[in-house]
Structures are given as C-alpha cells and as structure tokens.
Design a protein around this ligand. Structure first.
Ligand code: FES
Ligand SMILES: [Fe+2]
Length: 428
C-alpha cells in the first residue's frame, strides 16, 4: 500500500504540483501529426498536464501550441481562423504567430502599439514519427529532444495510435510495468504460442534494476524442459513503457512504446507507438486503430461496459472483451478516476510496480531539491539510446537474461555510433 500523501504526490500533475514540475522537465507527447495534417488546417484543442491549449499548423507548416484562451478577453482560439501564418481569434480578431507574438489587433486604433506589448503562452514543439511533442517547463531547463531509435527509422517503419484512458495516468503506467497480468487479464483459450507460454507459469520471477533512463523490468517464466520465457521491458522517464509487444512471435525487430500522458488528473492519453528497424510495418500491425473512434475515444469503454460478452468469457478469453487495449483500459479505469492506493494489498507479483513508484518518488524529490531530473539529455554526442530495448523470447534455461539482452544491444553499441543498427538474432 501507498500512504495517501505519496499517492497524491504521484498522481497530481497540474501546474505547481511536484509531479507536474517533474513532468514539465521532459518532452511530452501533445498530439498526433494527423490531427493537424496540413498548413492552415483547422486548429485542435490539446489537453496536457491539466492545461488548456490549442495547436495549429501555420501556412509555412510550422506548429504552434498556445494557451487556448485569447490573451485579450479569453475566447477560445480553437474556434479561430488559421490564416496567413497565424491564428486569429474570432471575437475581436487578435492574431497570434506560432511563438505567441500578437501580430494584429484590428479593433485597436491604427497607430496603437498595444500589440507589441502583448504575448501569449506558446510552448516549444518537435514533430517526430507521427507525434508532436511539447516542452511545458522552464526554458532554461529545456533538455535536447531525445533521439530514440523509433525516431531514427523511416516513417513507414513506424506506427502510432492514441486513445483516451479515463483514469489517472499512473494506473495505466503501472499496468505497463506489471508483467503478471499477461498470464491472466490477456489470457486466451484458443490455441497459439503465446497462450502456451503464458499459461505454463503464472508466477514469474521478477527482477528490476534502476538505470539512467528509468527502470529495467524482467519477468522470467518456466517454459518446459530446459527452457525459460524471458520478458524484458523498460520504464523510461517520465511516462513511457517500452514493451516487446506488437511483433509476430519470435521476431525481435523493434518494439512498442506505450506512453501515458496526463490529460488532467482523472484522464490520460495512451499513445501506442511501434517501430521496425528493418522493414515497413504492415496494416495488420496497426489493428488497434479499429478499436478507436475518430475522437480518439475507444469504441469499447466504460459507458458500454467494454461490450463485454459473458459467453465469450467462458470460451474465448479471460475477460470476454476484445483486444489488449480494452483489457488494459477495463482493468485500470474500473479502479476509479484516481485509485486510493492506501487501500491496496501488494504481493510478490507487484515488485515492478513498487520499483516504478520508488523511482518516480525519487525523481520528484530530486527536482524539489533543485537538482537535475534523471534522463535529461544535454549532450548531443550522448543523445542515443541503444540500451533502451526489450524482448520476449524463449531462452535456454542456463542462459541468463542479461546475456541475451547484451547480445541484442552489443552490435548497436559497437558498430554504429549513430545508434541505429539491425539487431535480430536470438541467442539459442
Ligand atoms: S477575446 Fe480574442 S480578440 Fe478579443
Ligand atoms: Fe496489458
């Protein structure tokens, strides 16, 4: 269980909260590129860390992320006119550029210099692999944009979806670090290799280790004579889970990154991004899109009880609900908007969740003490992360998971200073 004060500390992310301050030291996903697809396309509302913002792409393709409310008298710029390199408020026509400068105040006298004194909040953005990231923190603390592997591969080797999670971000993120639910929540009764492996051993042995980027999480299951099933994933600061999901069985190329970005304290955006180092992704790999409506709300959600089918629950899978995305959402949303962790009862299987909370609490304290937050990228020469990797594979029982992991990452470390190399073969 977690004392109430620590639960509050971990779950509140609005401006001025300790966790909010920590998260504002990182580049956070703000929206998908497809939401503002072209120059002068309609602006969209963005909700991030409890802030009300508006995003637009100007006539030159530059991205603006501004306070949603006009600096004049607060009308929403979401309804504004996106024209000629600026977003114009529909009330009295004030026009803003992507940096928050006021370009025009047509209701003021022509000789007025009022506009030169006005400015609205504008956050820096970066666009990579179909996602627009934003930095909401103090400018003098802004880190480099991390050059992760999934950003280096061509766009057709990546995919991304986003879906609203109707509970606090931490409930989703904890699920990402919790390997034990794989054998239960996601269990299917139909034949298949995954089913066989997960069901062989529902009591994995867990190991966790703190790293420079977050926490590495390892779950090892017995898998028949002479074999073990190793699943290694990573929590990456501040809200990313790198998991060996979304690949055909046995393939070790690429992985998925699930990001739980606070919308406010009782909702989060779940971004599921995946990449392949050596090939284009297939339509089948983005099957999750079928679960999400055009408003980024899952079609199966709490208002329709996730369309749970009790007959299916007897014969097809553990939940009677379709798709992992909905299983995770049902398990975490049904805890309530912000679960009171002082009421929980943690077991041995919660080791990784405990490690995640400990790391986050440590990071909050570090920032509160005025020190540098973990995983801040300041040096372009060190802006590469081949050691953030993950895999799930059958490995000989005598081979320690670290040997397999080292094998997968060694080539990247040695042979390519840029950090991107093919890595595919498993140790057998
Ligand atoms: S409220 Fe926006 S221009 Fe007046
Ligand atoms: Fe899950």
């Amino acid at each position: 269980m977690l004392p109430r004060e620590q639960n509050e500390l971990l779950t509140r992310t609005g401006p001025g909260t300790p966790m909010g301050e920590l998260m504002r030291r990182y580049w956070m996903p703000a929206l998908l590129s497809e939401e503002i697809p072209a120059p002068d396309s309609p602006p969209v509302q963005v909700r991030l860390l409890g802030e009300e913002l508006v995003a637009f792409r100007d006539s030159k393709g530059r991205i603006g992320l501004l306070d949603e409310h006009c600096a004049h008298r607060g009308t929403s710029l979401f309804y504004g006119r996106n024209e000629e390199c600026g977003l114009r408020c529909i009330y009295h026509g004030w026009k803003y550029d992507v940096e928050g400068n006021v370009l025009d105040t047509p209701a003021e006298p022509p000789d007025s210099d009022f506009k030169t004194k006005m400015h609205t909040t504008a956050y820096p953005t970066r666009e990579a692999a179909g996602v627009i990231y934003a930095y909401l923190g103090p400018r003098d603390k802004m880190p480099l944009f991390p050059d992760y592997e999934w950003i280096q591969v061509p766009l057709n080797q990546t995919y991304v979806t986003k879906a609203l999670l109707e509970c606090n971000y931490l409930q989703g993120l904890e699920g990402e670090c919790d390997s034990s639910h794989l054998s239960l929540l996601h269990q299917t009764f139909t034949p298949g290799p995954a089913r066989a492996i997960w069901r062989l051993d529902t009591v994995p042995v867990y190991e966790t280790e703190e790293t420079d980027f977050g926490v590495r999480l390892v779950a090892t299951r017995k898998a028949g004579p002479g074999q073990q099933y190793v699943r290694l994933s990573s929590f990456v600061m501040p809200v990313f889970g790198c998991v060996p999901a979304g690949r055909p069985p046995g393939e070790l190329d690429g992985y998925e990154i699930h990001m739980y970005v606070p919308f406010d304290d009782t909702r989060a955006w779940r971004y599921d991004m995946g990449f392949r180092r050596n090939r284009a992704v297939t339509e089948e790999e983005v099957h999750r899109r079928k679960q999400i409506g055009p408003d980024y709300v899952r079609l199966r959600n709490v208002r329709n009880h996730y369309l749970q089918d009790r007959a299916m629950q007897k014969t097809v899978n553990y939940t009677g609900i379709e798709d992992f995305l909905n299983h995770d959402a049902c398990a975490t949303e049904s805890m309530g908007p912000i679960f009171d962790r002082s009421k929980e009862h943690l077991g041995v299987s919660d080791k990784a969740v405990i490690a995640l909370r400990k790391y986050l609490l440590g990071a909050v304290k570090t920032v509160q003490e005025g020190k540098e937050a973990p995983h801040m990228v300041r040096d372009q020469k060190r802006n590469r992360f081949p050691h953030i990797d993950c895999f799930a594979d059958l490995v000989h029982a005598d081979i320690h998971w670290r040997r397999q992991f080292d094998y997968l990452t060694a080539t990247a470390e040695k042979e390519n200073p840029a950090g991107y190399v093919p890595k595919q073969k498993a140790v057998s």
